[in-house]
Design a protein around this ligand. Structure first.
Ligand code: MN
Ligand code: MN
Length: 262
């Protein structure tokens, strides 16, 4: 089996969090859990992510300036797919800019309790509540599909309609099984998409969310190439017994296995 390469890059940046800081500590803890030998490296599709894949850990980006993140990623000059560990969700605007120059058109699939479509939040257009407004304004994606949404105000619905976002709320989560994907995909996982019972280590607890099983099963059904992914908003200061870090590490393992097989 020819080993496919996947780049792992931490972006320990939480300056754009509106409520609580802490997600900048996430990448190193997720790595610790991934490598702590309590669990094997075999993903559910049988791919050993340390043996069958060349998972290249590029370490953490040293971020000085938010708007430089995309340039720093491009400067790494890697053509193979990336998995990014946030950081807060603001990083996704920057990672998508970087992916857009390397890959052709792609769609974005987001798991999140929130749409993150604010035109600006508390005066900041780059807040972690805004990345998908910036992505849509800049035409960086084909379709934007958001799953797990469960708190949307009138402004956000207006934005969703303006940009043609496909919103699958928790109330109509059954629609997820009918979702068909046709284009290469970027997957963005905000851990607050999960019910806080499974993922307490996030800044914004929003009960009534997804289960890990629902998300993992859906990820394994994706049959289009995944050109990049991120796992964001893990906040260790809110976690219990690293339970959310374990979920993030599990998602990292499964995404790696899926991207290697695709
Ligand atoms: Mn988010
Ligand atoms: Mn969120």
């Amino acid at each position: 089996m020819k080993k496919s390469a996947i780049n792992l890059l931490g972006i320990p940046y939480d300056n754009k969090s509106s409520f609580l800081r802490g997600s900048a500590q996430a990448p190193s803890i997720i790595r610790q859990i991934l490598h702590n030998t309590s669990s094997s490296y075999v993903a559910e599709n049988g791919v050993d992510i340390m043996d069958d894949v060349r998972l290249e850990d590029l370490g953490d980006l040293k971020v000085q300036n938010y708007l430089q993140i995309s340039h720093q990623i491009k400067a790494l000059q890697k053509s193979s797919p990336f998995i990014f560990l946030g950081g807060d969700h603001s990083i996704t605007y920057q990672t998508v800019i970087a992916m857009n120059e390397k890959h052709g058109p792609f769609d974005i699939l987001v798991f999140d309790a929130h749409t993150d479509l604010y035109d600006n939040f508390q005066g900041d257009r780059y807040s972690h509540a805004c990345p998908f407004a910036r992505i849509m304004e800049d035409n960086l994606t084909g379709n934007l599909i958001q799953v797990g949404i469960r708190t949307v105000n009138a402004h956000q619905w207006e934005q969703a309609h303006k940009y043609g976002v496909e919103v699958i709320t928790m109330r109509e989560i059954d629609r997820l099984s009918q979702l068909s994907l046709t284009n290469p995909l970027y997957v963005s996982i905000d851990l607050d998409a999960f019910d806080p019972a499974f993922a307490p280590g996030v800044s914004h607890h929003e009960p009534g969310g997804l289960t890990p099983r629902e998300v993992i099963n859906f990820l394994h059904k994706i049959d289009v190439p995944i050109i990049g992914a991120d796992i964001v908003e893990y906040n260790p200061t809110r976690d219990h017994q690293n339970i959310t870090a374990a979920l993030a590490a599990k998602l990292l393992k499964e995404l790696t296995g899926i991207m290697a097989a695709s």
